[in-house]
Design a protein around this ligand. Structure first.
Ligand SMILES: Nc1nc2c(ncn2[C@@H]2O[C@H](COP(=O)(O)OP(=O)(O)OP(=O)(O)O)[C@@H](O)[C@H]2O)c(=O)[nH]1
Ligand SMILES: [Mg+2]
Ligand SMILES: [Zn+2]
Length: 307
């Protein structure tokens, strides 16, 4: 076998010297950044940042790829000196360089709310990255109801994964999927079980989980910060704080592409008469209005136009 030349080792040393890390979490005014140390092991450093370091006006966030200086591996500290260009971004929760969004909803406790979950799906689709749908608390509903949900969500254009941390349903399937990605973001309402799933996926983690407010049938906003966790050497998943109502994108023209039901109808060169058709009541519109979420689509578009 041919031996590896000295040029290769020089190249490896140069890569290791570029002091590039990934932001894992933000707490108070500090950043936790992972960087490969001299033995190529991940080393987590507590970092401050040069004053006023921003990326197109937005602050450093979890998932950002950053350059470090003044690295002190002994005391695990460093200073962030630059932010690398972002390949993708979701603004709420703020995460950079994501490759996948996992919208997490529960069948019950809190009840599946199609309007709310559609808003989460739209925000996820708006990132331009792959969107996955996970429904939790499978143990709390009958098999027959879950099959009805499966058919319904397929009509929405998604192939959901159903999970239960009680019976560990769907957990290994989800883990297999997550191991193949680069950086996935879990987002969804409070109390649906985002942190519980990460604990089930990664038994060495022990993320605090919250109770449900029985009166409101909602979570109590247990997770307060975005944080990345390793699902394999190269796959990261972000746990995020739950919230109730994601904002809609502001441009109605872009909005039409955020529904898989519309995208599926526009294949095979099928086109509406007008290029900027909003698929409301325009003449020559080829989009069928006979699908469950069309009423949400119509309502959201009118909401945007009237803003
Ligand atoms: N029965 C059942 N309960 C679950 C399941 N997954 C989570 N829970 C419960 O749901 C509650 C909320 O779980 P969390 O993991 O804290 O929810 P979260 O989505 O992280 O909530 P926030 O951090 O507030 O956004 C806890 O009481 C969990 O025990 C499940 O699969 N089945
Ligand atoms: Mg949580
Ligand atoms: Zn149309």
């Amino acid at each position: 076998m041919k031996s590896i030349g000295s040029g290769f080792w020089l190249f490896v040393v140069l890569i290791n010297n570029n002091n590039k890390g990934i932001v894992i979490a933000l707490k108070a005014n500090y950043f936790f950044v992972d960087i490969k140390d001299k033995s190529f092991q991940n080393s987590r450093l507590l970092c401050t940042c040069r004053a006023r370091l921003k990326y197109f006006g937005s602050s450093i966030c979890v998932g950002d790829s950053v350059d470090l200086e003044q690295i002190d591996f002994k005391n695990h500290t460093a200073v962030i000196s630059a932010i690398h260009p972002r390949k993708s971004f979701i603004s709420r929760p703020s995460v950079a360089n994501l490759s996948d969004v996992f919208v997490i909803a529960s069948f019950v406790e809190p009840n599946f709310d199609p309007d709310q979950i559609t808003r989460f799906l739209i925000a996820a689709e708006n990132t331009g990255q792959k969107v996955n749908l996970v429904l939790t608390k499978h143990d709390l509903i009958s098999h027959q109801r879950s099959q009805e949900y499966l058919l319904r969500l397929k009509e929405w254009g998604y192939s959901p994964i159903f999970t239960s941390i009680k019976y560990e349903n769907g957990i290994s399937l989800l883990l297999e999927q997550i191991k193949k990605i680069k950086l996935g973001v879990f987002c969804g309402p409070s109390g649906v079980g985002k942190s519980s799933i990460i604990n089930a996926l990664l038994p060495h983690e022990c993320i605090p989980i919250g109770d449900l407010s029985k009166k409101l049938n909602r979570g109590k906003h247990k997770t307060r910060h975005v944080e990345l966790f390793y699902c394999s050497e190269n796959a990261l998943i972000a746990d995020t704080p739950g919230f109730n109502k994601p904002d809609l994108p502001s441009d109605p023209k872009q909005f039409t592409f955020l529904f898989p039901e519309i995208r599926a109808q526009l294949v095979d060169q099928k086109q509406c008469k007008f290029r900027n058709c909003l698929h409301l009541n325009e003449p020559g519109c080829v989009i069928s209005k006979n699908w469950e979420r069309y009423s949400f689509y119509q309502k959201f578009i009118l909401e945007m136009i009237n803003l």
